[in-house]
Ligand binder design. Structure first.
Ligand code: HEM
Length: 463
């Protein structure tokens, strides 16, 4: 019998885990430069590590049972910690990501119905249109032209959000909205030492000062859009069924109360902030990984050609594009767009032998969890097959957390997966992207996990 050897698979680049801990100052500098590079070998080998650091007592948890306890079974004993809120709130305001306690509960109850499968399915056409427009633009270029795939993915996810949140009637120049959004979020991503040490919000953070005009412009623009839409609804005219109208009409199923203007605005900013770079990164990493693995690329092209032919993605294709989806799942395992989550314990807690004192921090880092040696077979290898239906059942629900888990699980998960499958399948149908030789790829953690220095890729049309 002829033995068929599997081709060696690709080991995607990542900072080498440290063997020695960093001193406090070096640690702070590394956190500002690239927090990913602070992880140590033991984090990828031990299930629970507790230590005292600049932030007080910190327990890094990779044990799926403990994670389940913190995020789900005893979730009411844990809140998002102050550092996380200080980093996210200047950009996202008091929307669903940063709200806590009763305020969060009310917002979540009111907003959850916007992301039901029926509503998400309703966003299918704008997603397909955006993907088709992108590949039409690319196909007009001669073969060999270089594009920054990371930038292009950020553009398309913004385009999709603009079309699903506002549909029509972006009051000013739509490109200006895109530029304002990009500038608005640019200054938000870096962890500022002033945040780590808990300086009050009125102490200016240099990185954020530069984005102030963008914040004002963006805020005014969203305010104008809300005002115009409310006037339209008040006049009894038919309003588009986009996320803006849904937010304005949403009411708490228990009390019947709607969201205030401030909450509507904060959640629009939140959807854009939480939804555009994350989904863009999922797509960028998928494109990069495919460009490095001929076996995976041949397989996804075969699937897309069989399912789509030359046509556009249709809703019933989603369940047939299983390998396409597995590539995305594997890309966000290796490069989770939200690589770090943390919680502060409200009261003392005990999970088996593990004690979590009140006020201490529990860190759950999907980046570490997803590459943990005790939880994954060949964790550092790109192998989308592990997410195909026949193997997926072996993955513990709490070992794979690209979208978090429990009551605060990502509200936009199915929105972004639908978008990612549509965009990736449309791209694969139409073009091939190859990394420009010599470009070194490395993940960089800001709030999200992006390729440092972008992804220059060469386009070739598929005929
Ligand atoms: C690949 C894309 C995405 C990834 C990886 C992602 C990841 C996450 C994660 C890990 C959380 C939980 C954070 C925690 O528990 O501390 C979260 C929450 C959230 N995400 Fe996403 N997200 C994505 C796309 C989106 C999209 C498209 C939207 C909206 C349109 C969105 C809106 C939100 C909101 C509002 C929350 C807060 C939910 C709550 O606390 O109740 N996300 N996301």
């Amino acid at each position: 019998m002829v033995e068929t050897l599997e081709a060696p698979r690709f080991h995607p680049p990542a900072p080498k885990p440290r063997t020695e801990p960093l001193g406090t100052l070096a640690f702070l500098m590394e956190v500002r430069r690239n927090p990913l590079a602070t992880w140590m070998e033991e984090h990828f080998e031990e299930l629970v590590i507790t230590g005292e650091g600049a932030l007080g007592r910190l327990t890094v948890v990779n044990d799926p049972a403990v994670i389940r306890h913190v995020l789900l079974d005893n979730a009411s004993n844990y809140r998002k910690d102050d550092l996380q809120i200080r980093i996210l709130a200047p950009g996202l305001g008091r929307g669903l990501v940063t709200a806590e306690g009763e305020e969060w509960k009310l917002q979540r109850r009111t907003i959850a119905p916007l992301f039901t499968p029926r509503h998400v399915a309703g966003f299918f056409p704008p997603m397909v249109e955006a993907a088709e427009r992108l590949v039409r633009r690319w196909q007009r270029r001669p073969d060999g032209r270089v594009v920054d795939a990371a930038l292009e993915m950020t553009r398309i996810t913004l385009d999709v959000l603009e079309r699903t949140i506002f549909t029509t009637g972006v009051a000013r120049d739509p490109d200006a909205l895109g530029r304002a959004i990009t500038r608005f979020f640019e200054g938000q991503g870096r962890v500022d030492p002033l945040d780590i040490f808990g300086f009050p919000d009125w102490v200016p953070r240099i990185g954020r000062l530069r984005t102030r005009p963008a914040i004002r412009f963006f805020d005014e623009m969203v305010g104008d859009l809300i005002g115009a839409r409310k006037a339209l609804i008040a006049r009894g005219e038919a309003a588009p069924r986009d996320l803006l109208t849904l937010l304005l009409e949403a009411s708490d199923p228990e009390t019947g109360k709607g969201l205030s203007d401030i909450e509507v605005r904060a959640n629009i900013v939140t959807f854009i902030g939480a939804g555009h770079e994350t989904t863009a990164n999922a797509l960028s990493w998928s494109l990069y990984l495919l460009s490095q693995d001929e076996t995976a690329r041949a397989r996804i092209e075969r699937e897309v050609d069989e399912v789509l032919g030359k046509g556009t993605v249709e809703p019933h294709h989603l369940e047939q594009l299983v390998y396409t989806r597995a590539v995305i799942d594997e890309a966000i395992r290796l490069y989770p767009p939200a690589p770090y989550m943390s919680r502060a314990a409200i009261n003392d807690d005990r999970i088996g032998d593990l004690e979590i004192p009140a006020g201490s921090i529990v860190a759950i880092a999907p980046y570490v969890l997803h590459r943990h040696k005790k939880l994954w077979d060949q964790p550092d290898v790109f192998r989308p097959e592990r997410f195909l239906p026949e193997e997926r059942g072996r993955i513990d629900r709490f070992a794979y957390l690209p979208f978090g888990a429990g009551p605060r699980v990502c509200i936009g998960a199915s929105f972004s997966l639908q978008e990612a499958v549509i965009v990736l399948a449309t791209i694969v149908r139409s073009v091939r992207l190859d990394l420009v030789p010599g470009h070194e790829v490395m993940p960089l953690q800001r709030i999200t996990l992006r390729p440092r220095g972008g992804l220059p890729m060469r386009l070739t049309r598929r005929t």
